[in-house]
Design a protein around this ligand. Structure first.
Ligand code: SDX
Length: 429
């Protein structure tokens, strides 16, 4: 017997179906609401109570701090899997067999080069251009080199090729952005290396010397990319889905996701956390002063890396990253005062009634910047690294939306502007 919710509105009494997910989550399906009530719609600014879709990709439970990709706990994937393996899982729904995984990796290695003409973009960017702005335009511009990818009715083979091209070329483009900022020549991919090692070599390596990848850095980067892989209907993923629902090219949908992720309330927080920790350090480490500012409603200062729309308990990713941060700094022999400030900030905030009452805990961005900084990444590159990790999740969510044949995303609104009025000639105003 399927569940329903009854709503009474004027003379109307309407039973709306309740859908139940595989983890027993419940939602009222209001798709018939407007037609059945002569125009009644719902409104939920920021979608805090509203689901946009069903999905079989990621499950998270904000109260219990649970995160699973296709049913696999994030803790197991972070410990035992490899990022490309997780990318395959997110996009295809199952962990790959060894043969499928080898084919997937080989396909990607055939597409790591980027059209040489894309280099001309870099002569136009100013030196201090933000890497997220460059990445967004470069990814969207890939569509210019692959016109077949513009056809919404293109073959499955073409769709798969676009997915492979995105996964293969984003690391290369990110390394080009880095070389633009340092004025060094680009380092071409070495397809004998694994995905992460290849990326680190292109990013940090120089043409003048052999680059020896450090297993500690490869492992830390691989884990961070896995932890950022997907996160159900977050702001940037919802952006990818809604742009994709218009049947825009996948390159454009991913570029839109990059744009949304750039915001400091979202993926841009990892850069903002380090800037905040550095400001606290420069200010003499007076943590209480910044905690008080974060609580002061008249002060726009927020504790960056704290709080989450869904996690009202700990963010499981933050727990893993915190341990990894200790590990990486220890192995690299780095004693970063910002890590100590971060730990003290977390300790004080988690005892403070303001944060406890609002369920504000460290999120994925709170500690990730500490590791990126220890690895030598420039601060303005941190959100680009988040985008690299989230790419397979965006691709998976876009594919799920397209394969479900979902309609174009077009929310309703409630108008609160002027009622009808007549135009007044300018000389009579
Ligand atoms: C990501 O959605 C995802 O899944 C995102 C993500 C992913 O993987 O895709 O997990 C990645 O974006 C993580 C979040 C990174 N952003 C930050 O760390 C920026 C700082 N955090 C905040 O801006 C905020 O917590 C948000 C944006 C993350 C969540 O905002 P919500 O859900 O809209 O919550 P809210 O702003 O309504 O806050 C509720 C209360 C408010 O106080 P009151 O009005 O109740 O008095 O908590 C306060 C807020 O003022 N609050 C904070 C705070 N975050 C919320 N106060 C101080 N510092 C903070 N960081």
């Amino acid at each position: 017997m399927s569940e329903t919710v009854n709503i009474k509105y004027g003379d109307t009494s309407l039973d709306l179906p309740v859908i139940t997910g595989t983890e027993n989550e419940k939602a009222i399906d209001i798709s018939k609401l407007r037609a059945s009530t002569n125009g009644l719609v719902t409104i939920d600014v920021g979608y805090k109570n509203t689901g946009s879709t069903t999905s079989a990709i990621t499950f998270l439970d904000g109260e219990k701090g649970i995160l699973r990709y296709r049913g696999y706990p994030i803790e197991q994937l972070a410990k035992d899997a490899d990022f490309l393996e997780v990318a395959y899982l997110l996009i295809n729904g199952e962990l790959p067999s060894q043969n499928d995984f080898d084919t997937f990796k080989s396909d990607i290695s055939l597409h790591t080069l980027v059209h040489e003409d894309l280099k001309h973009f870099f002569t136009a960017y100013p030196l201090n251009a933000h890497p997220m702005g460059m990445l967004c335009s470069l990814i969207c511009s890939l569509s210019a080199y692959y016109p077949d990818s513009l056809d919404p009715n293109r073959s499955d083979a073409e769709k798969n090729l676009t997915v492979v091209r995105l996964l293969a070329k984003m690391p290369t483009l990110i390394s080009w952005i880095q070389k633009k900022s340092t004025g060094h020549p680009i380092v071409y991919p070495d397809n004998k290396l694994g995905y992460v090692a290849n990326f680190l070599r292109m990013f940090f390596g120089q043409r003048t010397d052999e680059y020896f990848t450090d297993d500690v850095l490869v492992d830390a980067m691989d884990t961070l990319l896995i932890l950022h892989g997907d996160h159900e209907q977050n702001c940037s993923t919802s952006t990818v889905r809604i742009v994709g629902s218009a049947h825009a090219p996948l390159y454009a949908s991913i570029a839109a996701g990059i744009s949304a992720l750039w915001g400091p309330r979202h993926g841009g927080a990892n850069q903002a956390v380090i800037e905040m920790l550095q400001a606290i350090h420069n200010d003499g480490g007076n943590i209480d002063k910044f905690i008080d500012r974060a609580k002061d409603k008249s002060d726009p200062f927020r504790l960056m890396g704290f709080g989450h729309r869904v996690y009202k308990n700990f963010d499981p990713r933050a727990k893993i990253i915190k341990v990894k941060a200790d590990e990486v700094l220890d192995k690299l022999g780095i004693d970063d005062p910002l890590l100590e400030i971060a730990k003290k900030l977390e300790e004080i905030a988690l005892k403070d009634e303001y944060f406890v009452k609002r369920n504000l805990y460290p999120n994925v961005d709170f500690y990730s910047g500490i590791i990126y900084k220890a690895m030598g990444f420039p601060t303005d590159m941190f959100t680009v690294l988040f985008a690299l990790g989230r790419l397979p999740g965006w691709i998976a969510q876009h594919r799920e939306m397209m394969e479900a044949g979902q309609p174009i995303g077009r929310p309703r609104q409630i108008y609160t502007g002027s009622n009808e009025r007549d135009y007044v000639a300018i000389n009579k105003r």
